[in-house]
Ligand binder design. Structure first.
Ligand SMILES: Nc1ncnc2c1ncn2[C@@H]1O[C@H](COP(=O)(O)OP(=O)(O)OP(=O)(O)O)[C@@H](O)[C@H]1O
Length: 289
């Protein structure tokens, strides 16, 4: 199985937002980061992946299975991590071990206890009284303790202090070691992705702008800085998006070699961070639409 999940031709119409004919395949055995601005459609896409929201059109296969016939098996093998614990709110972690665990085929109570200790989570306090970070850790502990092969997480590191964030990223790396698991997670903290992601998916206005290996992004894109005198209709063709100011221009390019040939020493070419790629690609997409 090369892809753990396949979305084909997915369309979904919400009030002021739509996804139109989305295709997305996530490779098994890798960490894929899902980025995009507020309201870009990350949570909606993840809810569609979890069958918490049904598409108007298109097909979703998880582990090669469809939700219509295999919902229970799919959910057993997926761990969904998000911060609003609607399912478990009034329960504490002791209850979870007792009540929620039997619902999963492969629940490991020892492992759950170990994560509770590691995350310093109290066992007697109702989950709804947990802080945001504690809820996220509880949710992650549950996902990891039922041996989920595919872990989908909606902003797992949001609201965590730097130490907990680092700890969580280390845990993600640990769970990836056997090569059987797959992690797909959304985040606004692009530095987290630079640490652990293999692939990046960028979404804007419900549309996937790119899905690429992270090393390719770093090779493909660059930031170019120079004087605005260098810009005209022809030279501008080499840039995805240009920011002009009184001191010159700064632009994102995916034509690094052409830019070098064209401008030589008249411009400064720098590596573009994931955050810069995201911001410029989004702005270019809004300009086009
Ligand atoms: N149940 C719903 N009914 C109508 N519109 C919705 C619903 N859920 C989400 N939306 C809209 O869909 C769009 C995408 O929202 P979504 O939560 O998927 O974005 P996101 O990328 O996860 O954003 P954020 O980074 O802020 O979490 C938004 O405009 C949102 O208002």
């Amino acid at each position: 199985m090369e892809n753990v999940i396949e979305l084909r031709g997915i369309s979904k119409e919400l009030k002021a937002f739509s996804i139109d004919n989305m295709d997305l395949q996530i490779k098994q055995g890798f960490v894929t980061g899902f980025i995009g601005a507020n309201g870009a459609g990350k949570s909606t896409t993840m809810k569609l992946m979890m069958n918490l929201l049904q598409a108007d059109a298109g097909e979703i296969n998880v582990f090669g299975l469809d939700y219509a016939n295999h919902e229970k098996e799919i959910k057993d093998r997926i761990g969904f991590v998000y911060d609003s614990n609607v399912l478990y709110g009034s329960l504490n972690l002791k209850d979870i071990s007792r009540i929620v665990a039997p619902a999963y085929k492969r629940w490991n109570s020892k492992q759950f206890k170990a994560y509770m200790d590691q995350f310093e989570l109290p066992s007697n306090k109702p989950i709804k009284k947990f802080s945001k970070g504690m809820q996220m850790k509880a949710s992650l502990a549950i996902a990891l303790s039922h041996d989920a092969e595919f872990i989908i997480m909606d902003e797992p590191t949001a609201g965590l202090d730097p130490t907990s964030r680092r700890e969580l990223l280390d845990i993600f790396q640990d769970v990836m070691v056997d090569g059987k698991r797959t992690i797909f997670f959304s985040t606004h903290i692009t530095s987290d992705l630079e640490r652990i992601a293999d692939y990046i998916v960028l979404i804007d206005q419900g549309e996937i702008l790119f899905h690429k290996p992270i090393y390719e992004l770093q090779e493909q894109y660059a930031l170019v800085k120079g004087s605005t005198d260098l810009l005209d209709r022809d030279t501008e063709e080499n840039f995805i998006k240009i920011d002009r100011s009184s001191t010159g221009f700064q632009a994102l390019t995916d034509k690094v070699e052409e830019v070098k040939k064209l401008f030589g020493d008249h411009v400064i070419i720098e590596e573009a961070s994931l955050e810069e790629i995201m911001v410029y690609m989004k702005a270019a997409n809004r300009q086009d639409n």
